[in-house]
Design a protein around this ligand. Structure first.
Ligand code: NAD
Length: 277
C-alpha cells in the first residue's frame, strides 16, 4: 500500500455535471474538500440539494439541461459571475438505458445521443470558450465507459454514444492544446453507484458478473473521483487526448477461475521431446 495523495485546488473553479447522484456527487465533494469552488450541475434539483448539503458557499448548484445550448451558455455566465472564471470542467452527466436492439425506440436512441454526445460537445465548447476568455489554462474531463470497447447486449445506443465521446475528446484535445486546455476521457467499468436494495434481476446479474472481474469487486465512486482530481491537477500536465480506464481490469480480461489450464503437458517445451503418458 502506498501513501495517501492530497490535491490542492485552492483558488480553482470546477464544474461537475451529473452532480445529483453517483460518481458526480462524489466528485463535487472531492473537489470541494480539495479547496476548489464547485458548481454542481444537474437536471435533478432535489439530488443537487442533497449533494451540496453541509458544504459551504464555495459549493453552489444550478439546474441545467446539458442538451440545451441556451442553458449551457447561462451556466457559464453564472459560473463567471459567481466564481470569476473556470479552470476545470467535468462532463460526467449521462443516461444509460439498455434495450434489445430489435426493441430499441428511436426516441430513446435520440435522447442517449442528445445527453451523452451533444451535451458533452456543448459543455466542452462552452467551457473552453470561458477558459480561453479568462486566459486560464484549463482541464476538461469527459466520460466514457468500458462498454465503448466491448459489445454487450442491450447497449447499442449507450455503448456507441460513449465511443463517440472518446473520439470527440481526442479531437477536442488536439484543437484546444494551443490554448493550454487539456482534454482527457475517463472510462469506468462497473462502479457501485446504484441505490440499494437492487431490483432482483440486477442483483442476480451483478452477482454473476462481479466474481468474473479481475479484481472481483465493483469500483467505488471515490476511486473515480481520485482519478479525476489527478487529471485536473498539475500532476497530469503532460497528459491530453488520453482515455483512461478505471475498471478493475475488466477491459483486459476476466479473473482466472483456477490454475492455468491450457499448458499442453504432453510436451517438454524446452527440449521439444514428447513426454510419456
Ligand atoms: N456507474 C457505472 O458503473 C458506470 C460505468 C461506466 C461508465 N459510467 C459513466 O460515469 C458517468 C457517471 O455515471 P453514474 O453511474 O454516476 O450516473 P448516474 O446515472 O448515477 O447519474 C447521472 C446524472 O446525470 C444527470 N443527467 C442526466 N441527463 C442530464 C441532462 N440532460 N442534463 C443534466 N444532467 C443530466 C442525472 O440526473 C444524474 O444525476 C456517466 O458518464 C457514465 O456513462 C458509469
Amino acid at each position: 500500500m502506498t501513501g495517501k495523495v492530497q490535491f490542492d485546488f485552492t483558488d480553482k473553479v470546477a464544474i461537475v455535471t451529473g452532480a445529483a447522484r453517483g460518481i458526480g456527487r462524489e466528485m463535487v465533494k472531492a473537489f470541494y474538500q480539495a479547496g476548489s469552488a464547485v458548481m454542481a450541475v444537474d437536471r435533478d434539483l432535489e439530488g443537487l440539494k442533497e449533494t451540496c448539503e453541509g458544504l459551504g458557499s464555495r459549493c453552489q448548484y444550478t439546474l441545467t439541461d446539458i442538451r440545451v445550448q441556451a442553458e449551457v451558455d447561462s451556466l457559464m455566465g453564472l459560473v463567471e459571475d459567481r466564481f470569476g472564471g473556470l479552470d476545470v470542467c467535468v462532463n460526467n452527466a449521462a443516461v444509460a438505458p439498455h434495450t434489445a436492439l430489435l426493441e430499441e425506440r428511436v426516441e430513446v436512441w435520440d435522447t442517449v445521443y442528445a445527453v451523452n454526445c451533444r451535451g458533452t460537445f456543448l459543455m466542452t465548447q462552452a467551457a473552453a470558450r470561458l477558459m480561453i476568455a479568462g486566459g486560464r489554462a484549463g482541464r476538461i474531463i469527459n466520460f466514457s465507459s468500458a462498454a465503448a470497447k466491448r459489445g454487450s447486449a442491450g447497449g447499442a445506443a449507450y455503448a456507441s454514444s460513449r465511443a463517440a465521446t472518446e473520439s470527440f475528446s481526442r479531437v477536442a484535445a488536439i484543437e484546444l492544446a494551443p490554448h493550454n486546455i487539456l482534454v482527457n476521457t475517463v472510462s469506468p467499468g462497473l462502479i457501485d453507484t446504484q441505490p440499494k436494495p437492487l431490483p432482483p434481476h440486477m442483483e442476480k446479474s451483478l452477482g454473476a458478473r462481479i466474481p468474473t472481474l479481475p479484481l472481483a469487486r465493483p469500483g467505488w465512486p471515490g476511486e473515480v473521483a481520485d482519478l479525476v482530481l489527478f487529471l485536473a491537477s498539475e500532476a497530469s500536465g503532460y497528459i491530453t487526448g488520453a482515455v483512461i480506464s478505471i475498471d478493475g481490469g475488466s477491459s483486459v480480461g476476466t479473473r482466472p477461475a483456477g490454475a492455468v489450464v491450457d499448458d499442453d503437458v504432453r510436451y517438454d517445451w524446452v527440449t521439444g521431446a514428447q513426454r510419456d503418458g
